[in-house]
Write a protein that binds this ligand. Structure first.
Ligand SMILES: [Ca+2]
Ligand SMILES: [Ca+2]
Ligand SMILES: [Ca+2]
Ligand SMILES: [Ca+2]
Length: 274
């Protein structure tokens, strides 16, 4: 890696040095006189420390990050933290993080990053039913330690300036479900003003055990939070029907055929369900 001029003693590098590969060289050097009959020698240890140049760019510890955060949490809720390293010595530069504006800036308005710590927080409550996951692109860049705030701001605003000195990572934020939606019955077109009321006609040949209607309720939540079971709350005093808790089928518990009393009663029965 080095040469010494035999006449002047000047030591020169004969290759490009990289501090991040080898930061210190230790050699033994010798000087010889031209005396006769026997030349005499002197030796010394030569240590060469390679000065650091800021030639390494910060890198995220992971090429992708995946975080989870529950919906409906207040603004400022911590989502996760990004980490970056670079191989230069610690005296070179500070890292700054930012979120790239993508997707019309939608996600940038939803999340904020602490530019020094790399911690991502929400900037408003999230709604899983509106959006179950968010994709962010985060960047880390390096600014010289003696740069002032103006330089940081300038670098932060122009990625082109630091195009060669930053790296990016993709951050996926999964929004965890909270049970914040009640089931809603899907009913046929209501005959009355009330949208939660449905009139079901029971055939006068319906027999005990036959399905007279099937109700469906939908729930906008996820998994168990959207799992609906059905039951009759009130109005089934005559025990003409029961409802299957899972399928929502309303099943006749009596024969309706030829029994005019029951038909009359049926018309006046109101079943309340949940
Ligand atoms: Ca370096
Ligand atoms: Ca660096
Ligand atoms: Ca629900
Ligand atoms: Ca929900």
């Amino acid at each position: 890696m080095f040469e010494v001029d035999p006449d002047t003693g000047t030591v020169t590098a004969s290759a490009v040095l990289d501090r991040e590969v080898m930061s210190r060289y230790r050699m033994r050097v010798r000087a010889v006189d031209c005396g006769s009959p026997t030349p005499l020698t002197g030796t010394a240890v030569l240590i060469i420390n390679v000065d650091d140049v800021d030639d390494e760019r910060p890198q995220f510890l992971s090429a992708t990050y995946s975080f989870q955060v529950a919906e409906n949490q207040p603004r400022g809720t911590e989502v996760g933290r990004l980490m970056a390293v670079d191989a230069d010595s610690a005296s070179h530069g500070r890292f700054y993080f930012r979120l790239r504006k993508i997707d019309g800036g939608h996600d940038v308005k939803t999340f904020e990053i602490n530019q020094r710590s790399g911690t991502i927080v929400t900037s408003k409550p999230l709604d899983r039913e509106d959006r179950a996951s968010h994709a962010l692109v985060a960047e880390v860049f390096e600014v010289e330690l003696d740069d002032d705030d103006e330089n940081v701001r300038r670098h932060s605003e122009s990625s082109a300036v630091l195009g060669a000195l930053n790296s990016t990572t993709v951050v996926t934020v999964h929004v965890l479900d909270v049970n914040d939606n009640s089931p809603v019955f899907v009913l046929p077109e209501p005959e009355t003003e009330s949208r939660s009321e449905a009139v079901i006609a029971v055939s006068n040949v319906a027999r005990r055990g036959s399905v007279v209607a099937r109700l469906t309720a939908v729930d906008a939540d996820d998994d168990d939070n959207a799992l609906v079971t059905y039951s009759i709350v009130v109005g089934n005093d005559q025990e003409l029907f029961h409802i299957d808790a899972h399928s929502g089928e309303i099943i006749a518990d009596v024969d309706f055929t030829g029994n005019s009393d029951n038909q009359v009663n049926t018309r006046s029965s109101m079943l309340y369900l949940y």
